[in-house]
Design a protein around this ligand. Sequence first.
Ligand code: MD3
Ligand code: FE
Length: 208
Amino acid sequence: MKLVVAPGVTHWPGYLDASAQSELVAALREIARAAPFFVPRMPGTGKPFSVRMTNCGALGWVSDERGYRYQPAHPQTGQPWPAMPPILMQAWRELSGYPHPPEACLVNFYEASARMGLHQDRDEQDFEAPVLSLSLGDTALFRIGGTQRGGRTVSLKLASGDALSFGGAARLAYHGIDRILAGSSALLPQGGRLNLTLRRVTPPPQLP
Ligand code: MD3
Ligand code: FE
């Protein structure tokens, strides 16, 4: 079942069933073994994020004192990011409506006290492709507004297995995570929430 939450925002509650969620958690454990979670820092100030991050796919999003960017290697190991598992490529094919494959999957880990302030995702060169989010573990209270900071916002709960896509008018919307509902899921034995965002970073190849 799909719900259009706002123009460009589509929600598929329970898109991943229990077995697909477990399969994805197992794939993420392998990814985190090869590309350990790191603590991103705010450009300029160096203030740490409360969310920990890693990536899979050709490119990964990183943030440190020098700025936000996509890069092909892990900031600490220098190794290329692990490949995107087939279950993520399948979700992109089924839900994105975009004819070219994703290049980056940012994996965010939230412990119970972690938050993500309202922001826009604008480090990509291609805003034609949607961003596709998959949630695992504890439910999050997610908030989305318009393309101007300070406009009205709506809140949505994102539960384990939910998919959400942001395209068109919503691609440059402000959004953030207000809080995590600790203990709402038993998927991750130690609790917390994983969010995966699949993204196209560069424009698709041009036909001659
Ligand atoms: C709306 N992540 O990684 S996912 C992020 O739950 C991020 O970890 C949040 O915001 C999380 O940048 C929210 C939902 C989401 C992701 C990308 C968007 C919403 C979006 C891009 C444009 C508009
Ligand atoms: Fe974002």
